[in-house]
Design a protein around this ligand. Structure first.
Ligand SMILES: N[C@@H](CCC(=O)N[C@@H](CS)C(=O)NCC(=O)O)C(=O)O
Length: 326
């Protein structure tokens, strides 16, 4: 895939994510500004001021659509969906798109990046959060966008739970770190690395992480206790894709999530959270991965199965409570 070089799109991939030893390593995001409730960071959380570029076919971007729904920001932050096309110039719009706050019509997300930084060199990624007032990009780092969505719109958005409460931060951060290495990055290292050694190591690490989470979820409903936190929503995009995308396309085939009793019920519990099914279209995720423009070698045919049965009862409401099971 190409990228921007001094503000111009290049099809040549000079920013390679595959290292010499065949290991896949992600580049750091470049735009790292922060939204705040009082505007002290230069980006005040206000209704109608920000616009999210995303695609549920990207697990990192998926996180931001989940938090936008959970924090009831749908009416406050606009959303434009993008997709990849074969031979295209990265993320493209389904129809001609006028960048909010400008009268510029664009076809590709890289044109939005060039508006924000005319000499930008780097990858053009989703999610991207655009500031309509300042006509610039606030952030293209999902882990930070979801934190901002969680905390900055208090008092502006309708009431919603706090997914990063002070008292749990150390535990949430520790779980996030393990999940980031073992699973969020782990699936990509399995699917996109190019050496057997790198794949083998990532594979072992991935299933060790899933085994540890299976154990953790035997005693509590969510990863950090009885309530959902950011840790759950950073894991969910990978869990929901696992059996239909990673198991097959990324060669993560020691076990399916369906084979883990706790993880599979937990996945259904998260999926059945109000507002989540509407931003969890597995067919869009599969199409993005298996289309010719996707990240894994494919003849473009999208596999039909498996039937995930995500509406089945999850039975996790009482997990971890002192109540005796009948
Ligand atoms: N660190 C970023 C990573 C986002 C990312 O890698 N997005 C992928 C899609 S899954 C992308 O847009 N890739 C395009 C490219 O690298 O050129 C985040 O978490 O927000």
């Amino acid at each position: 895939m190409g990228h921007l070089l001094d503000g111009k799109w290049t099809h040549e991939d000079k920013l390679k994510e595959i290292r010499e030893d065949g290991k896949y390593v992600k580049f750091d995001a470049i735009f790292r500004n922060w939204l705040s409730a009082d505007g002290s960071t230069g980006f005040k959380a206000e209704a109608g001021r920000y616009h999210l570029y995303s695609s549920v076919s990207c697990p990192w971007a998926h996180r931001t659509e989940l938090l936008r729904a959970l924090k009831r920001l749908d009416g406050l932050i606009g959303l434009t969906t993008t997709r990849q096309t074969e031979g295209g110039e990265g993320w493209t719009f389904l129809e001609d798109h006028i960048v909010p706050g400008t009268d510029t019509s664009v076809k590709y997300l890289h044109e939005v990046y060039a508006l924000a930084a005319p000499d930008y060199t780097g990858r053009v990624t989703v999610p991207t959060l655009w500031d309509i007032e300042k006509r610039t990009i606030v952030s293209n780092e999902s882990s930070e966008i979801i934190k901002m969505f969680n905390e900055a719109f208090v008092g502006v958005a309708p009431d919603s739970p706090d997914f990063y409460p002070e008292a749990l931060r150390a535990d949430i951060d520790a779980v996030n770190e393990m999940v980031l290495d073992g699973i969020n990055n782990g699936v990509n290292r399995c699917g996109r690395g190019v050496s057997q050694e790198a794949y083998d190591a990532a594979f072992d690490n991935l299933f060790a992480a899933l085994d540890a989470l299976e154990e953790r979820l035997s005693g509590q409903r969510y990863l950090c206790g009885p309530e959902q936190t950011l840790a759950d929503w950073r894991l969910y995009p990978n869990l929901i894709r696992f059996d239909s995308i990673y198991y097959l396309g990324y060669k993560c085939n020691l076990r399916r999530i369906e084979d883990y009793p706790n993880l599979s019920a937990y996945l259904r519990d998260l999926y059945q959270t109000p507002g989540i099914a509407a931003v969890s279209d597995i067919e869009t995720m599969k199409a993005g991965i298996y289309s010719g423009a996707g990240p894994v070698p494919s003849n473009g045919i999208v596999p039909r199965g498996p039937d995930l049965g995500l509406e089945r009862a999850h039975g996790r409401a009482g997990v971890g409570s002192a109540r005796l099971q009948p």
